[in-house]
Design a protein around this ligand. Structure first.
Ligand code: ADP
Ligand code: MG
Ligand code: ZN
Length: 476
């Protein structure tokens, strides 16, 4: 395996969070009746004219600015011609040789360290509708709600050299889109999708090998597995003296394999030409200035700030800023209790474990950041033991109740009051004269016994640190 190098370039489609479609005023809302969000423009009626949605331009340009692209002051819409029932116009309005953004870069970090991935271009285009095949009706239907929904396509340079790098690049892109609030980043629902172009070449060879384009990758795990499978398949072919053919391959998530969908012979000739219905798009400098000024703090900048402002280690800062909601949750908790590293510890372990286990999002967490802060404070101030804190967390996550109330209701408040504990200790020493004598005769191991007895008397509510300290003094 090590004799071959993997080469990967990704094409990412991100659905933009605009209220209306790219060329008409229909809503982009989902979950409505089929063909509810449809008008003569997006259903491809003859004689209609498209009107470009200004927000789409703004969002595409903002993404371009965020990943350091050159923003073309003039860009052109083009028709990509092909026939399919979900495309009533017979062409997709996209951009071809003059896209809105070019020559960007995305910074990634993998186990091998940091690396810059080049972005060839970002262009704007419309989505197609959806064909629905019904076995019960023995019929096929076309739903045009999604037709004309705005997308940006982000095309990378063939700069990635492993599936890990491809996944890191995708995560970085997704995170930036979500921070910009221009895409919801949902891979399963298809608002963030990716095709992976994969080839192999012997180490030291400059020319790229022939690539296959992998489709149907709707999670980061699928991207990783599909690429790993494809690389092994291509190396096997080359080792056997056979040739990799240029083709589109579908990933089968159940089998973990890829299979041929269409070959190069059937590759489309889209006969792109400039769309005569849309004038060239010319951006004004004042718009660009405004959009630049509106960019929020982006993931990398926030990661750096988390290390500087909160003194977090690099891993904590990276994980906690990877998702915008998670970063905001962390900062809200720190505002409520200013112990950043302690809050980070709880989030990096218990909260992330919960999110992984339930597959839920940060927004769905019932435990508010303020309540997490309360819980951490109760433990740090010694009001409850660390163990009690961990014990009640599942209930807090499930119910969202105030930790202070729950601790009271469960009687978990620790006794840290030295005079109360001193009385318990005196009682324990009085009840166990033999052990006391043995201890004083040198059997210091009995310390554990005394601590245990005091904890029993306090029903586990004695603050262990205080008990230990008081006992040590009394036994001297
Ligand atoms: P197409 O329009 O046919 O999909 P492009 O030239 O636009 O082809 O390339 C699409 C993607 O494929 C880009 O992300 C590019 O980086 C990547 N790519 C091109 N050649 C290779 C190769 N030999 N191996 C891997 N990826 C490649
Ligand atoms: Mg392609
Ligand atoms: Zn419409």
């Amino acid at each position: 395996m090590a004799r071959y190098e993997t080469v990967i370039g990704l094409e990412v489609h991100a659905q933009l969070k605009t209220a209306s479609k790219i060329f008409c005023s229909c809503s982009t809302r989902f979950g409505v009746e089929p063909n509810e969000n449809v008008c003569p423009v997006c259903s491809g009626m003859p004689g209609v004219l498209p009107v470009l949605n200004r927000k789409v331009v703004e969002y595409a340009a903002k993404m371009g600015i965020a990943i350091e692209c050159e923003i073309n002051r003039k860009s052109v819409f083009a028709r990509k011609n092909y026939f399919y029932p979900d495309l009533p116009k017979g062409y997709q309005t996209s951009q071809f040789d003059l896209p809105i953004c070019e020559h960007g870069r995305v910074e990634i970090v993998t186990a091998k360290g940091p690396k810059t991935i080049g972005v060839t271009r970002i262009h704007m285009e419309e989505d197609a509708g959806k064909n629905i095949h019904s076995a019960t009706d023995n019929a096929s239907y076309v739903d045009l709600n999604r037709a004309c929904v705005p997308l940006i396509e982000i095309v990378s340079e063939p700069d990635m050299r492993s599936a890990e790098e491809a996944v890191a690049y995708l995560k970085a892109l997704r995170s930036i889109l979500v921070y910009l609030d221009i895409c919801d980043g949902n891979m399963e629902e298809g608002s963030f999708r990716c095709d992976a172009n994969v080839s192999v070449r012997p180490y030291g060879q400059e020319a790229f090998g022939t690539r296959a384009e992998l489709k149907n990758l709707n999670s980061f795990k699928h991207v990783q597995k599909a690429i790993d499978y494809e690389v092994a398949r291509q190396i096997d072919l080359v080792e056997d003296g056979e040739k990799v053919v240029q083709e589109t391959r579908l990933y089968d998530a159940n089998k973990g394999t890829t299979h041929s969908m269409r070959g190069k012979e059937e590759a489309h000739d889209y006969r792109y030409f400039p769309c005569p219905d849309l004038v060239p798009l010319v951006l004004q400098e004042s718009w660009l200035e405004q959009w630049k000024g509106e960019l929020p703090e982006l993931p990398k900048a926030r990661e750096k700030r988390f290390m500087e402002q909160y003194g977090l280690p690099a891993t904590d800062a990276e994980v906690l800023t990877g998702e915008r909601d998670l970063a905001e949750y962390f900062e809200a908790a720190v505002r409520a209790f200013n112990e950043p590293k302690k809050i980070a510890n709880w989030m990096m372990t218990d909260i992330l474990r919960e999110l992984n286990a339930t597959g839920g999002s940060v927004a769905e967490l019932k435990l508010s950041p303020q309540h997490l802060a309360t819980l951490v404070r109760l433990v740090e101030e010694g009001k409850i033991s660390a163990k009690s804190g961990k014990d009640i967390l599942p209930e807090l996550l499930e119910t969202g109740v105030d930790p202070e109330e729950l601790v009271k209701a469960k009687g978990l408040v620790q006794i840290s009051d030295t005079s109360a504990l001193a009385a318990d200790i005196d009682a324990v020493l009085a009840e166990n004269p033999k052990e006391l004598a043995d201890y004083r005769a040198g059997k210091t191991k009995l310390m554990g016994f005394f601590v245990g007895q005091v904890m029993r008397r306090t029903k586990g509510q004695g603050n262990p640190a205080v008990v230990n300290q008081l006992l040590a003094e009394k036994l001297k």
